[in-house]
Ligand binder design. Structure first.
Ligand code: SF4
Ligand code: SF4
Ligand code: SF4
Length: 313
């Protein structure tokens, strides 16, 4: 039976505090080194949202914890997409990153990719995908939370094709059309809106077609093509206590990314899959409370992923 009790306040705070504290420290450093108060506001907001969402997550009984995670998805997603993207007109799409880099601009979008999606993945893996992504802020509210498993074959390669396509579009805009980023211009806003509408539209269609909220993340999103490299070496990963685990498999039945946790547990390793988004759904579902977030140095090449039942040999 799932443990129904919530964590005490002090424990909830202690569990949540390290990440917002580190982010606030980073914001203070950028403010001090550049003099731009925006960094303090930006990282202060994100740190506060993580603190609020994280403490609520910890305080909720285990079967309801996903509500705390979704609250955080919305708090961060609305800020990133709504404020930084729409109001500030930062092109937060991956094409925006390529354009800002080509132009040598150390813009908010560049900091975002470095801190949250790529550099941050060395510390907290693909936690961005589990807790903060504005695309999934919409997709996680669809009705297919329990994944039927991975499509067999090379569908996962579509993300790499998408990444190459985004580079191609930017190369075309930059070299052929002489497109250049100009702060506050409408073009950046339209780029952001059109790109996100395509992501949301494609994500919803895929979710209904494959009966899986995270289908877009698994097959089409270009971000994991980059993010999986640092995430492989992430310090933070899920770990099982072999003394407690009775290999019941409840954790992998609820994993939205189809990870076969019991295989990693049987090998005596942490959950090394680069598909793990650190959503902690497995942790909440474990009747033995055998799963924890842990810190360590390791990496694995093999992905243990649960295939769709009718696709097993
Ligand atoms: S894979 Fe892409 S869409 Fe899915 S959560 Fe990560 S960044 Fe967002
Ligand atoms: S970690 Fe928990 S849920 Fe997963 S197999 Fe072991 S006891 Fe079951
Ligand atoms: S292994 Fe656990 S933390 Fe990782 S994606 Fe699956 S449910 Fe989420």
């Amino acid at each position: 039976m799932t443990h129904p009790r919530a964590q005490p306040w002090r424990h909830a705070l202690a569990e949540t505090l390290p990440v917002p504290a580190a982010l606030l420290g980073f914001g203070l450093y950028l403010w001090w080194s550049t003099g731009a108060v925006f960094y303090l506001f930006n990282f202060g907001y994100i740190a506060t949202a993580i603190l609020v969402g994280g403490v609520i997550y910890e305080r909720l009984p285990r079967p309801k914890r996903h509500l705390g995670r979704r609250l955080l998805l919305v708090l961060i997603g609305v800020y990133m997409f709504g404020y930084l993207g729409v109001v500030q007109r930062e092109n937060m799409q991956i094409e925006g990153l390529w354009l800002y880099l080509l132009q040598g601009l150390f813009a908010g979008s560049v900091i975002h990719y470095l801190a949250a999606k790529l550099g941050g993945a060395l510390l907290f893996g693909r936690g961005w995908c589990g807790w903060m992504c504005w695309t999934v802020m919409v997709l996680d509210f669809l009705p297919f939370r329990r994944s039927p498993g991975r499509l067999a074959g090379r569908w996962g390669w579509l993300r790499y094709a998408h990444l190459l396509m985004s580079l191609g579009v930017v190369a075309l805009a930059w070299f052929i059309l002489d497109y250049r980023v100009e702060a506050g211009r409408h073009a950046e806003l339209w780029w952001l809106l059109a790109g996100n509408l395509l992501y949301w539209g494609g994500g919803v269609i895929l979710a209904f077609a494959l009966r899986d909220n995270r289908a877009f993340c698994k097959y089409l999103c270009p971000i994991p093509a980059l993010q999986k490299i640092p995430a492989r070496f992430s310090l933070m990963k899920i770990q099982a206590d072999p003394e407690r685990c009775d290999t019941c498999g409840a954790c992998e039945r609820v994993c939205p990314m189809d990870i076969e946790l019991t295989k990693y547990i049987a090998e005596g390793r942490r959950i090394l899959s680069t598909e793990c988004i650190l959503c902690c759904t497995c942790q909440s579902a474990c009747p033995k409370q055998a799963l924890t977030l842990s810190y360590g140095l390791d990496a694995g090449l093999e992905e243990h992923l649960r295939p769709r039942p009718h696709q097993t040999a």
